[in-house]
Design a protein around this ligand. Structure first.
Ligand code: ADP
Ligand code: MG
Length: 436
């Protein structure tokens, strides 16, 4: 990799603003998964050991419009207000705004500061604002080896807008900018890229997490050992369909499963019952199948499916299932996993692969009735000698649940970021850093 890392600069005694990914899942103020905090520890510990002054920042969740965009109500809220009789509108609007302000409690990073202090075995000072008086004072008094965590960067409207004044202010807090938030490296926001792009910081380098992700992924994807197989699945259909066009140019074989498959099957003229379909993307799917043909790439779609009457609720509820070929999906049923013939087809297709990237489960793997497809593909990957790279939160969780994580070459911490790398895109959070 040609970007500088924290090892390439002198950080001793220097104020380092470190963009980390502390966007952890929370329930009622309790952190339910600490993976992302753990992912940031090597960089933080190294900086402490070197005697740097460590100022951490991160976003957390998606707080209401009024924080992120500076608007009042969201479109949906506005609609709800406008549907009311005129004399009730003012009160309803006020109620929505009051509720939005509660997002300050819901999306605060304070619990992360407490958890991080536990993990580091030292105090983590929490700033109740991002660039306000509280942050000012803590930063002014920080000593070598100390750690501060700033409040959720998305409480600043300028974060997503790449606001210059916000970047300048944050830059005034530091001598070195460190990006270690791989999960947001594909986003171009104030703290993820703009602060360095604008040239407000003298030194902009990556941390160990980004370095590790890139060294495995960028290296194996730049000149992939072929055959190079890409497997896409999952439920974020619109997002993931977008990457197919670029991906087709890179890979030799593209395999589609999960919820994504049904938009393609529909585009091929099949009736897919009540399966997940993005009707706006049908034409695009047709184009992609034509593109695959034109480029001479192998393109696999399911030939059979495990179907049920409805989506399981709760997700692990036992439901009645049946297997049918994709020509015969009844109008009142939905496909929730790939069927046995498809499993065989896909497992066979990855056997001779030398590089495999996988994003998105093959079915509703959270439910044992629909987990077979995902388990079987994971096993097939575990058995190859290929370089295997898994991206996507749910895909990573699936592989871990099945006990196959250590059989994979790399499991990425960034879903969207890894997808964009798979496509061969440059990530703004990495492009903005200083070259070696
Ligand atoms: P990742 O997090 O790996 O990027 P996604 O978030 O896109 O993956 O999708 C994961 C979700 O997709 C899982 O919760 C799974 O239950 C769901 N899913 C997989 N196949 C289907 C399907 N056929 N219909 C509906 N949902 C599906
Ligand atoms: Mg997901």
């Amino acid at each position: 990799m040609n970007k500088k890392s924290i090892k390439d600069v002198n950080v001793a005694g220097k104020k380092c603003l470190v963009r980390v990914d502390f966007n952890v899942p929370m329930k009622n103020g309790v952190i339910t998964d600490e993976t992302r905090i753990n992912g940031a520890l090597p960089t933080i510990k190294y900086l402490i050991e070197q005697g740097a002054k460590v100022i951490l920042c991160s976003h957390m969740g998606k707080p209401h419009n009024i924080f992120t965009k500076g608007f009042g109500l969201t479109k949906k809220e506005k609609k709800a207000v406008e549907a009311l009789p005129i004399e009730e509108q003012a009160k309803a609007k006020e109620e929505f705004l009051q509720k939005a302000l509660k997002d300050k409690e819901k999306f605060t990073l304070k619990p992360v500061a407490i958890k991080l202090a536990e993990k580091l075995g030292q105090e983590v000072k929490f700033a109740e604002d991002v660039v306000g008086p509280c942050a000012d004072e803590l930063v002014a008094n920080i000593k070598d080896g100390e750690v501060i965590l700033l409040e959720n960067t998305r409480f600043e409207q300028g974060e997503e807008k790449r606001d210059e004044a916000l970047c300048k202010k944050l830059a005034s807090y530091c001598e070195v900018y460190v990006n270690d938030a791989f999960g947001t490296a594909h986003r171009s926001h104030a703290t993820t890229a703009a602060i360095a792009e604008y040239g407000f910081v003298k030194e902009a380098v990556c941390g160990f997490l980004i370095e590790k992700e890139l060294s495995v992924m960028a290296d194996s994807l730049e000149n992939p050992v072929r055959p190079f197989v890409a497997i896409l699945g999952g439920a974020k259909v619109a997002d993931k369909l977008k990457v197919i066009s670029n991906l087709l140019e890179k890979c030799d074989t593209l395999i589609i499963g999960g919820g994504m498959a049904y938009t393609f099957l529909k585009a091929q003229g099949y009736e897919v019952g009540t399966s997940l379909v993005d009707t706006e993307q049908i034409e695009y799917c047709k184009d992609m199948m034509a593109k695959a043909k034109e480029l001479g790439k192998n393109f696999y779609l399911p030939v059979d499916a495990v179907i049920a009457k409805e989506f399981p609720n709760p997700i692990d509820a036992e439901v009645e299932t049946e297997v049918c070929s994709v020509e015969n999906i009844p109008a009142d049923k939905m496909g929730l996993d790939i069927g046995p013939k498809t499993i065989e087809l896909y497992a066979d297709a990855v056997k001779s692969a030398k590089t495999v990237i996988w994003n998105g489960p093959m079915g509703v793997f959270e439910n044992p009735c629909f987990a077979n497809g995902t388990i079987s593909v994971a096993k097939a990957l575990a058995e190859t000698t290929a370089t295997t790279i898994i991206g996507g939160g749910d895909s990573a969780a699936a592989v871990t649940t099945f006990g196959l994580a250590d059989k994979m070459t790399h499991i990425s911490t960034g879903g969207g970021a890894s997808l964009e790398l798979f496509e061969g895109k440059k990530l703004p959070g990495i492009e903005c850093l200083n070259d070696k």
